[in-house]
Design a protein around this ligand. Structure first.
Ligand code: S3P
Ligand code: PEP
Length: 426
């Protein structure tokens, strides 16, 4: 049920322990690998991120659990319809997954999903030998995966600068392709750590690869019997780093996180070190501590960690730190146009995010502290979570559609409450 959340905080002292859910990115990969391995690979610690729960339900055919938006009726005249809601990663991974299955499937999603491009992936899959049609607009979901895959070639080229998810989707199915895959990445590769995560997880599942220059190659090969453990979500951890950065005093323990993470968003430790937050890995997790010292960085390139953009930009705005940001191009095709959403919501406290030649700079000269602020969330979990730390500097906040956070971090509001925030449903 959709409801708003009113959020307040009457002091700026933070001290506690948080248990984060499993990484949505790791879990989505692990689930696809599990499905492709035909029982050899098992996923440990399935994330309770709604996107991962949905994907697990689809792949494990747990229709009827009540959490699924899957209408399933398989027959020659009536293909199975799989509704992936707002889960972009799952949409891209499942497109590749179903492209090499025999069944006919229509893969659809939320209104926004139908605006998130998938043409680059579909083109690549068609060159490989997949039979795919668009159901509505060319280049966008829903897609009809018609079965009858017959591999034509193992060699394909793909643009690297729009979404790394297309590349991951292809790499995940590569070992199951009779001719294997030789993937040539054209131009710049965005979100590179996510591709590295994919290859590392495949490696754990027994799948070898080579990566030379811009070519990644995976031969046809078998998965080994193993398990894939999903680590807590570093993107979710970023909101606690932001809370620490805006507090007067903060000591937080985030359980289960390690310094050897596959998640590129673990770079939040380095980013937040510039804001005086130290990270110490011990006792099976990371201890954050706030040290009061001047902010030491003005320029942030977020190309490798796009999901941290909202977190870092909001922290800078809160601290009147007029930093500049690059690597934000892909934000426009995520759950919402995150650039526009940031500009609109920061504007409610007089902060501007100004673009010039793909460099975004904050202007806090007109900033004011409103008595109460209403944050629109645009069906984007990260709009809610990135703005929530502002409760440490604003008297009262109201967030549109609290459950929007379920996509990656369903316990977010509960966890805030446990750490002394006042959280009320409105
Ligand atoms: O592969 C993944 O798990 C993801 C890759 C990133 O997308 P892009 O490659 O489209 O930037 C990221 O923003 C998304 O939340 C998760
Ligand atoms: C972009 C995101 O997710 P997805 O692409 O999987 O919808 C995200 O979680 O920030």
């Amino acid at each position: 049920m959709m409801h708003n959340i009113i959020l307040k905080r009457n002091n700026k002292l933070i001290n506690g322990t948080v248990n984060l859910t499993g990484s949505k990115s790791e879990c989505n990969r692990a689930l696809i690998i599990e499905a492709l391995s035909q029982g050899k690979v098992k996923v440990e610690n399935v994330s309770d991120a709604a996107d991962a729960v949905l994907l697990a339900g689809i792949l494990r055919a747990a229709v009827g659990s009540g959490q699924l938006a899957v209408a399933s009726e398989s027959s020659a005249e009536c293909p199975q319809i799989v509704d992936i809601g707002p889960a972009g990663t799952a949409m891209r991974f499942l497109t590749a997954y179903y492209a090499i299955q025999d069944d006919e499937v229509i893969l659809t999603g939320s209104k926004r999903m139908k605006e998130r491009p998938i043409g680059i992936l579909v083109d690549a899959l068609r060159v490989l030998g997949a039979n795919i049609d668009y159901e509505e607009n060319d280049g966008y979901p829903p897609v009809k995966l018609k079965g009858g895959f017959k591999q034509q070639t193992g060699k394909i080229s793909i643009k690297g600068n729009i979404s790394s998810q297309y590349i991951t989707a292809l790499l995940l199915i590569a070992a199951r392709l009779p001719l294997g895959l030789e993937l040539h990445i054209e131009g710049e590769l965005t979100s590179r750590p996510y591709v590295e995560m994919t290859l590392a997880m495949l490696e754990t599942a027994g799948i070898k690869h080579t990566w030379q220059g811009n070519v990644i190659a995976i031969a046809n090969q078998e998965f080994t019997t193993t398990s894939l453990h999903v680590e807590p979500d570093w993107s979710a951890a970023s909101y606690w780093y932001a809370i620490a950065a805006l507090a007067d005093e903060a000591e937080l323990f985030l359980t289960g996180l390690t310094p050897y993470s596959l998640q590129g968003d673990s770079v939040i430790t380095e980013i937040m070190a510039n804001f005086g937050i130290t990270s110490q890995f011990r006792d099976g997790g990371v201890h954050l501590k706030k040290e009061n010292k001047p902010i030491s960085r003005r320029e942030f390139d977020l190309k490798e960690c796009p999901d941290l953009a909202q977190t870092v930009i909001v922290v800078c705005a809160a601290l009147n730190h007029e930093a500049s940001f690059t690597g934000l191009e892909t934000l426009k095709i995520k759950e919402t146009d995150r650039i526009l959403a940031l500009q609109t919501e920061l504007g409610k406290m007089g902060v501007k995010l100004i673009e010039k030649d793909e460099v975004y700079t904050l202007d806090c000269s007109g900033k004011f502290i409103p008595d109460s602020i209403f944050i629109n969330t645009y069906h984007d979990h990260r709009m809610a979570m990135a703005f929530a730390p502002l409760a440490l500097i604003l008297p009262q906040m109201e967030f549109e559609n609290g459950p929007v956070v379920d996509k990656s971090y369903p316990a977010f509001w509960n966890d805030l409450e446990k750490q002394g925030f006042e959280v009320e449903e409105a």
